[in-house]
Ligand binder design. Sequence first.
Ligand code: NDP
Ligand code: MG
Length: 384
Amino acid sequence: MALLGATGSIGQQTLDVLRKEPDAVSLVSIAGGRRVDDLIAIAREFRVPRVGVRNAADASVIARELPGVEVVVGDEGLSDLASNADVVVNAVLGFAGLPVTLAALTSGRRLALANKESLIAAAPLVDRARAVSGAGEIVPVDSEHCAIYQSLAGSTHETGYPDVRRLLVTASGGPFRGKTREELEHVTKQDALQHPTWSMGEKITIDSSTLMNKGLEVLEASALFGISVERVEVVVHPQSVVHSMVEYVDGSTIAQLSMPDMRLPIAYALGRPVRFDHAWGSIDFSTALTLTFEPPDREAFPALDLAYAAGRRGGAAPAWLSAANEIAVASFLAEEIRWCDIVPVVEGVLTDYVDDPLDSLEALRDNDARARALARERIERLRT
Ligand code: NDP
Ligand code: MG
């Protein structure tokens, strides 16, 4: 297995799974960005023969510390590692995960996919790569999509799913559930980083507070399962026990449940079709458990409808949404803009979008760069 994005939140939880399954999986490569000391420690613990890192200066440090280990650098390094393992875990953050997704699919590997941003941005290119015979398969790690993947076992179809009425993606609602738009004007970075049910990296935690994460997940579900966004609905479920559901045309709804623990979907994606014999997040039904469901507040959390609009528009619109959001969230985390500026920045960038069918990697990179530049311009204007 290759674990790319090993030093992050999903990366660390994947290592937890491996510690429980030392005989099932061997780690042939890892990669990370800036946390070089952590990368070295992981390589030592798991005796990893190949390590990837973002820049050349860090590569020399790693090579010095780990004699005999092969060190590769940058996007090319990520592609190389993703092409040379049976299972590739893409736990890289953001658009930077694109080389991993494309290389794993084109070289016929199993892609255990946590990185939603690259799938959303590159959906037309990913579709094309998946259609080639011998292409790799995607097993989703994102908990909602792993739940849908498991719940789709009730369908007699492998694509298109005509017997499925809709996918129901559950959302915890984030730390600001129940707040009005006015109340959200003065929330702080510390408030936004307090997720009620999940402990995750900072970017996705902020995305969960704006509900942009749920918007991205609607696009992710549509891209993964080939179902239009009109057949994907969001249901707020604050306990995060029902991870998502599939409603069939006969009215039956099939769901996957567990206590919130990302190690379960990670282990599922690594083992499938085998289930590893270690339970993560098993539910204790001997004490009272209340599960509640409510519709999302689309007025207080406009990111949701923005994502649907980008999904309906297709082409490069989801790439613009995700790229502008990455810039706005980074800027909020750097305390340059307010929380309530994040979604308006993304919305403003999308008003400049001109339809592009996204037929090449070059076009995708151009669109990504353009959306980022426009987001930076808007942020600059807000700050002056
Ligand atoms: P983190 O920020 O915790 O980790 C991101 C990882 O990506 C780190 O290992 C980081 O390295 C690495 N990275 C970033 N840029 C590069 C690069 N250019 N080259 C190589 N490595 C790079 O994020 P999370 O683990 O929270 O999230 C990872 C992905 O999984 C995201 O797409 C997120 O949406 C998705 N996801 C996460 C969930 C969670 O529970 N955390 C749940 C569902 C999905 P370094 O730290 O060394 O710089
Ligand atoms: Mg999720």
